[in-house]
Ligand binder design. Structure first.
Ligand code: PHE
Length: 476
């Protein structure tokens, strides 16, 4: 088995290149759109604190596990798992979870690009508005001057009603993703991360400061960090766990794939910790950027998925500098989305290269093109196929449209399955010496990691999976 797997020759140019790319993969729509939405809907503090516990007790051990498999395997996810299994005298069938991960990544990127397309459209609207403000000699006015709240909300409904528009923005975003991935690890993915991530952090800090100055940061911090434990229902815990997996890009073999491009050096522990800490800080900062603005204008933090597309544009209207900062806000989300979508597309692309022997451009085109087509089905679910319920026979998805079905099925089924299999494989099957030498952990850190990955992760993830699939267990 091992002999048939060739190692990839591609690699990161430095350790910091890997960190930037991996943080770029983790930080995405999950941090800036989903995390504040969930925190808002779930009542704030208790959700946030439980989420942080999930990240460090479950997420971090899994991040290290995936990076380890990639580093030890040096090829696509399936080949890497097969290689670690061979060196650990475990069955090669474990490689199946790499395949499940690659499939999940393919499915996620199909709808991820659709949502990123909405962001692109909004960046266009706000950009156009900013240009008008500048031409009118008032660059620091609020956004979308003269529009009523109804009109602003109507923009979102109009966008959903237009398949052509949704298709256009999805095409542009997927095209960009495909282009970067086709260029390769160092001249595509690494380069994009090296330019985009610093830009992302500058924008983020700028917007947080803006929110602190113009908005109500005290109320936002109280909302985000004061726990009301009665709000921590089993459903809320379940969504916090699922969000931790999604946000850290776990269960889709993304970090296995990125880890396989690490050529030398050890110290995987601190690197993994840095990824988890950075991702969590960005989610919290996104909350501290969005909620001060929402509270300043007395809007509802529990608006749900429309928070970013309806609540915030309206908030930016009433704030000085809203036209400028509203535009920057959507650019920020877009930048975060690009570095994540390339990591998603990279997983199946690496599989095509490693397992099928395709050239990189061919593999990227096949999976990027396929995901583009899948995404069309998702976006039609907002208009011409609004009544389609792909998994309507399953009570869990009985009333779920196409995009939410792909999102729900990957998030509730595929990611937890991937994470569960990863934790069992690393906790129980992988060779101890290989783990030790590849990760370079101290004996204490190694002991903690092994305990969490062998016991806590499988148990907790099995519970997420079971309660996610059978909500009746929770009595709902
Ligand atoms: N972590 C990304 C986000 O927060 C989404 C993602 C999931 C990216 C899985 C890659 C793999 O948006």
């Amino acid at each position: 088995m091992v002999a048939t797997t060739t190692s990839t020759s591609e690699g990161w140019s430095s350790r910091s290149a890997f960190i930037l790319a991996a943080v770029g993969a983790a930080v995405g729509l999950g941090n800036i759109w989903r995390f504040p939405t969930l925190a808002g809907e779930s009542g704030g503090g208790a959700f946030v604190i439980f989420y942080i516990a999930c990240v460090f007790l479950l997420g971090l051990p899994l991040v290290l596990s995936e990076v380890f498999i990639g580093k030890a395997g040096q090829t696509d996810a399936v080949g890497s798992i097969r290689r670690v299994a061979a060196q650990s005298k475990a069955s090669p069938s474990w490689a199946i979870f790499g395949g499940v991960g690659a499939l999940a990544a393919f499915l996620i990127v199909s709808f991820y690009s659709v949502v990123a397309g909405w962001v692109l459209y909004y960046a266009g609207i706000m950009g156009g508005d900013l240009v008008q403000a500048i031409l009118a000699g008032d660059p620091f006015r609020g956004a979308l001057a003269g529009e009523s709240q109804d009109q602003i909300q109507q923009r979102l409904s109009d966008m959903f009603a237009s398949p052509g528009l949704l298709l256009g923005v999805h095409f542009v975003f997927m095209g960009l993703t495909l282009y970067i991935v086709a260029r390769g690890v160092s001249s595509g993915i690494e380069k994009a991360a090296t330019y985009l991530m610093p830009m992302f952090f500058v924008l983020l800090v700028g917007l947080v400061l803006y929110g602190a100055i113009e908005g109500d940061i005290g109320q936002a911090a109280a909302f985000l960090f004061t726990p009301d434990w009665s709000k921590l229902t089993p459903q809320v815990m379940n969504s916090a766990l699922g969000q931790a997996l999604f946000s850290l890009s776990l269960g889709v073999a993304g970090l296995i794939t990125y880890g396989s491009y690490i050529k030398e050096g050890s110290g995987l522990g601190p690197t993994s910790a840095l990824i988890a800490v950075a991702d969590t800080c960005v989610a919290l900062l996104a909350g501290l950027m969005i909620f001060p603005i929402v509270f300043a204008v007395g809007l509802d933090p529990a608006a749900g998925p429309t928070l970013v597309f309806q609540t915030l544009p309206f908030a930016f209207q009433t704030m000085p500098g809203g036209a400028l900062f509203g535009f920057l806000f959507f650019v920020l989300i877009l930048v975060a989305a690009v570095t994540s979508s390339i990591s998603l597309l990279e997983v199946p692309t690496a599989w095509g290269i490693g397992e099928r022997g395709w050239s990189r451009p061919k593999s990227a085109l096949i999976f990027g093109g396929g995901a583009f087509l899948m995404g069309i089905a998702c976006l039609l679910g907002y208009n011409v196929w609004a009544d389609v319920r792909p998994l309507g026979f399953w009570s869990l998805f009985a009333d779920t449209d196409i995009l939410d079905t792909v999102d729900g099925f990957t998030g509730k089924v595929m990611l937890p399955v991937g994470a569960l299999l990863t934790s069992i494989f690393i906790g129980w099957k992988a060779d101890k010496n290989l783990l030790l030498t590849t990760t370079g952990l101290s004996p204490l850190a190694f002991g903690i990691w092994r305990f969490l990955i062998a016991w806590l992760c499988p148990l907790a993830v099995a519970i997420i999976l079971a309660t996610g699939l059978f909500p009746s267990i929770l009595g709902t």
